[in-house]
Design a protein around this ligand. Structure first.
Ligand code: CA
Length: 233
């Protein structure tokens, strides 16, 4: 595959150059921008395959930039925040980032997240690939690699949300909104236990693949590429 392009939006020069170095050694082309007001123009010129976007920037914040980009692009955006509780707030605002990384981070971890996000895009657009996970809305039936899953209505709705946006992180509140059609309010623990049960049912038909992943401080994401990976990766 030809080298993919990552736009690094970061106003701290040391962090920006550290990230760029790691990304380049991993085979990506990079460009970095430190001024929030210049990001959209840089995005249009560079046409990145992925954006690493710091939340706090001079002149224009990452939140606003993410919102504007989402009105016209589905390029994966990984939001970089300084505090883990910011992630929860951003999820609540529905800014549409694909993933969240909290500072301080290990550059290797960020590279791994970039690779994972780009792999998910590839998975979604792979034309010959038959979907290993199918969700039949009308029949309320779901299967993995042709093996039917026996799900409760809540589990089915959770799976439908997850598979509708592979790779996207959902907060417990967002999952709650989708899982209960009567909009009842349940505790985070209730959501956790539904997700846990769904996870076990998925694992029973796809041993070794962690299809639903916990995202620290944020919630859960569904990663279909786990089906084609070795668990040791
Ligand atoms: Ca910053």
């Amino acid at each position: 595959m030809s080298s993919e392009k990552v736009l690094v939006v970061e106003d701290e020069p040391k962090i920006a150059s550290l990230l760029s170095d790691y990304l380049r050694s991993a085979g990506y082309q990079t460009e970095s921008i430190g001024d929030g007001a210049e990001v959209i123009a840089a995005f249009d010129r560079f046409q990145p395959d992925l954006l690493l976007l710091d939340l706090m920037l001079p002149n224009r914040d990452g939140l606003e930039i993410c919102r504007e980009l989402r009105t016209r692009s589905s390029v994966p955006i990984i939001m970089v925040t300084a505090r883990v509780d910011e992630i929860d707030r951003l999820l609540g605002l529905g800014v549409g980032a694909d993933d969240y990384v909290c500072k301080p981070f290990a550059p290797r971890e960020v590279v791994a997240r970039v690779q994972a996000a780009l792999r998910r895009v590839g998975w979604q657009h792979e034309p010959g690939q038959s979907a290993p996970v199918t969700v039949d809305e009308c029949a309320m039936k779901a299967s993995i690699n042709g093996q039917p899953l026996d799900l409760t209505p809540v589990e089915f709705r959770l799976l439908r949300v997850f598979t509708g946006r592979p790779g996207r992180v959902f907060s417990r509140g967002q999952l709650m909104d989708h899982a209960y059609e009567d909009h009842r309010v349940v505790s985070d623990r209730t959501i956790d236990s539904h997700v846990k049960n769904l996870r076990q049912k998925l694992q029973a038909v796809s041993p070794g693949a962690t299809l639903i992943q916990s995202v620290y401080g944020a919630g859960y994401r569904f990663d279909p590429t786990a089906l084609t990976e070795t668990p040791a990766e």
